[in-house]
Design a protein. Structure first.
Length: 229
């Protein structure tokens, strides 16, 4: 796939920038030089464990490896954009909002090898959630920017303003958000939770672990963000 080609190109550039030979990198991965050459040609897939070894070898984190930058302000704009476009009567269940943010970041990574916000997501019982989600939500509530109301078994979040700032979101990112919001707007929270539980990023991690963005590139293209028919 195209994004995997971009990944191996970055690996080659990072290896050369680090002054390492193919033989040295291959040795660290426990591969022969011939097998590693297939990696740089895009003819051999890398496991998540191998990607972690490479990141350590190049002296960077997995996040840095993919040129990801954490952008809390952009995450906040995504938060309000989804509230506006995916809510019913302006409201959306808290759990559902958390999952839509996850789908947006990981879908963007699948398409562009870069997430929208770069925030880190943790595997939880009810699916992936951004590590700053609860802190952001509490702060927005305390400052009067959102209301939170109980409804049946859910906590419903509603923006207190219709004037949202989306200046950090590109047209392509807005299009991806629109697609995700349209597809999931009428779906129940349980459906999106079950959907994320069937994806490779959630299945490959244990509760409480950070979920590497790289796991989504192993996902079936039809199962990155679209509800199961």
């Amino acid at each position: 796939m195209e994004n995997y080609t971009q990944l191996v190109e970055r690996i080659t550039k990072l290896r050369e920038k680090s002054g390492l030979t193919q033989e040295q990198v291959a040795s660290n991965l426990g591969l022969s030089r011939q097998r590693y050459i297939l990696v740089e040609k895009g003819e051999r897939d890398l496991s998540t464990e191998e990607l972690e070894i490479l990141a350590g070898l190049f002296g960077i984190s997995i996040v840095d490896f993919f040129n990801e930058e954490r952008n809390n302000k952009k995450f906040l704009q995504m938060y309000f954009y989804i509230l506006k476009h995916a809510g019913k009567n302006g409201r959306i269940p808290k759990t559902k909002l958390a999952k839509l943010l996850y789908l947006a970041d990981f879908r963007n990574f699948f398409d562009e090898l870069e997430p929208m916000s770069g925030v880190r997501y943790i595997r939880r019982e009810y699916g992936p959630v951004a590590d700053i989600f609860f802190e952001v939500t509490e702060d927005l509530y305390d400052t009067g920017k959102i209301d939170i109301e109980p409804y049946n078994d859910a906590m419903m979040i509603k923006s207190t303003t219709s004037d949202i700032d989306d200046s950090l979101l590109s047209d392509g990112e807005k299009n991806r958000l629109d697609e995700i919001c349209d597809l999931w707007k009428d779906k129940r929270t349980a459906e999106i939770v079950n959907f994320t539980h069937q994806q490779k990023p959630w299945l490959a991690c244990k509760d409480g672990e950070y979920i590497p963005y790289t796991l989504i590139i192993q996902e079936d293209p039809d199962h990155v963000y679209q509800p199961i028919a």
